[in-house]
Design a protein around this ligand. Structure first.
Ligand code: FES
Ligand SMILES: [Fe+2]
Length: 450
């Protein structure tokens, strides 16, 4: 496969204050994205707590390529292309499982956890010089793999930026998530949720750093939450729901003041937001007091205060991750086609923290991130309307001028929107997008900020 687009076509689609609709609607653009973005950058595949024991595996896709992440007998993690070396079918069709070896369902070739071919039925049928073993056949590892604080990243490109360079300053959001665990580790709990929307993958990444939309898109749940009688909505999960939905209806001047930061490679985060005294782990209710006690026992009062006063909301690691370090929530994005995207949602347990905190994180996920939530469904409706709206005639441009010219360099490799409702994050994502998409080789790609 491939795309007939040339560099000039791509460069012409992205301007300072607007972008051509083809970036969201053209199958040719999507093909090139699979090759030059998902085929080259680091992608988050999952977390090593999904595969605690040797033989545990999960399957996913990098761009269109099916892969298996599997725990080895020596405790390390390998990511292998999910493909039999004989005639090419996927070896594993389940999302997760535990095996001692991989056996092809077609003709029974057997592979070890490390991907090496260990046996072939009726081996005498092959000419000795062309036997599968003589040809060195096996499952092939993906070119690059790095695990950072439990997060499994891989790249389909053998060369390019190191993971740390790629992440740049937003690595601090991963640290923020993990540092909040009294035992210094997080783990995935409660399984993985999945939903699909009929819209381009970039819509979600833009939306998660969009401080302008909550009051409007989520107006119905804000209104419902405001009608709730506080005296009656006091059970844990219900209270979290009401508080979170109300937060989306915060007044405009609060949204204007929140911090919206961008970094090279299309990454960014929203910060200095969400100081609700019942949801935030710094607060003084008995559950959080106990949690803070455990943190202080481990890290001391000063370091604990430092960790817990970081008020970070969504962080985007372009092109496939969105997470909330403060609330232990994470989403992985998997584009299926130009107008269809899969989202996987994860909730983390902070190891060493009171178990009720994990239950609140699950409640939070159901309210904000789940397919049945009263909040997420509003956003999905907008993504699908955006995809449909792209096809109208008359104006082929999508505007993202809000705040243009008012963004400020903060001197630490990051930029900050002049206000929390600036469209700086979209401009920054497209600066990186253009850079990746016009780079002829992986060495030329990456590092660009708006
Ligand atoms: S295709 Fe896998 S063993 Fe033949
Ligand atoms: Fe939203």
């Amino acid at each position: 496969m491939g795309s007939s687009l040339c560099v000039d076509d791509i460069a012409g689609m992205v301007q300072d204050e607007r972008v051509h609709r083809d970036v969201y609607a053209s199958p040719d653009v999507f093909e090139l994205e699979m090759e030059r973005i998902f085929g080259r950058t680091w992608l988050l595949l999952g977390h090593d707590s999904q595969i605690p024991k040797p033989g545990d595996y999960f399957t996913t896709q990098m761009g269109r390529q099916p892969v298996i992440a599997v725990r080895q007998n020596d405790g390390s993690v390998r990511v292998l292309f999910n493909r039999c070396a004989h005639r090419g079918p996927m070896l594993c069709s389940l999302l997760k499982g535990s095996v001692s070896e991989f056996i092809c369902p077609y003709h029974g070739w057997v592979y070890g956890l490390d991907g090496k071919l260990t046996s072939v039925p009726m081996p005498a049928g092959y000419p000795p010089a062309q036997s599968p073993q003589a040809n060195g056949l096996g499952m092939i590892p993906v070119p690059r793999l790095e695990v950072y604080r439990g997060f499994i990243f891989a790249s389909l490109a053998a060369t390019g930026q190191s993971l740390k360079t790629f992440l740049g300053p937003v690595i601090s959001s991963i640290d923020d998530l993990v540092d909040r665990a009294p035992d210094g580790e997080v783990e995935i709990g409660g399984g993985i949720g999945r939903h699909v929307y009929n819209g381009n993958w970039k819509f979600m990444l833009e939306n998660h750093l969009d401080g302008l939309h909550p009051r409007y898109v989520h107006a119905s749940s804000v209104a419902a939450a405001n009608e709730q009688d506080d005296a009656r909505a006091t059970d844990g999960a219900g209270e979290v729901a009401v508080r979170q939905m109300r937060q989306n209806g915060a007044p405009n001047d609060l949204w204007e003041k929140i911090g919206l930061w961008t970094a090279p490679n299309g990454h960014g985060f929203l910060a200095d937001y969400h100081d609700d005294e019942k949801l935030v782990k710094l607060s003084d209710d008995p559950l959080h007091v106990e949690y803070r006690r455990r943190m202080e026992a481990r890290y001391g009062a000063e370091r604990t205060r430092e960790i817990l006063t970081i008020m970070r909301w969504n962080t985007i690691i372009f092109p496939n991750v969105s997470f909330m370090s403060q609330f232990g929530q994470l989403r992985i994005l998997r584009p299926v086609s130009v107008d269809r995207s899969v989202v996987e949602t994860y909730v983390f347990r902070l190891k060493g923290a009171p178990e009720e905190m994990f239950q609140l994180s699950i409640a939070f996920a159901n309210i904000v991130n789940g397919a049945g939530s009263p909040v997420l469904t509003d956003d999905l409706e907008v993504y699908e309307r955006m995809q449909t709206g792209l096809h109208t005639d008359g104006n082929p441009w999508i505007d993202y001028a809000r705040g243009y010219g008012r963004d400020v360099d903060t001197g630490d490799g990051m930029r900050r929107g002049g206000s929390g409702t600036s469209e700086i994050a979209v401009r920054n994502q497209f600066a990186a997008w253009r850079d990746y998409m016009t780079a002829e080789s992986v060495e030329d790609a990456g590092g660009t900020a708006q």
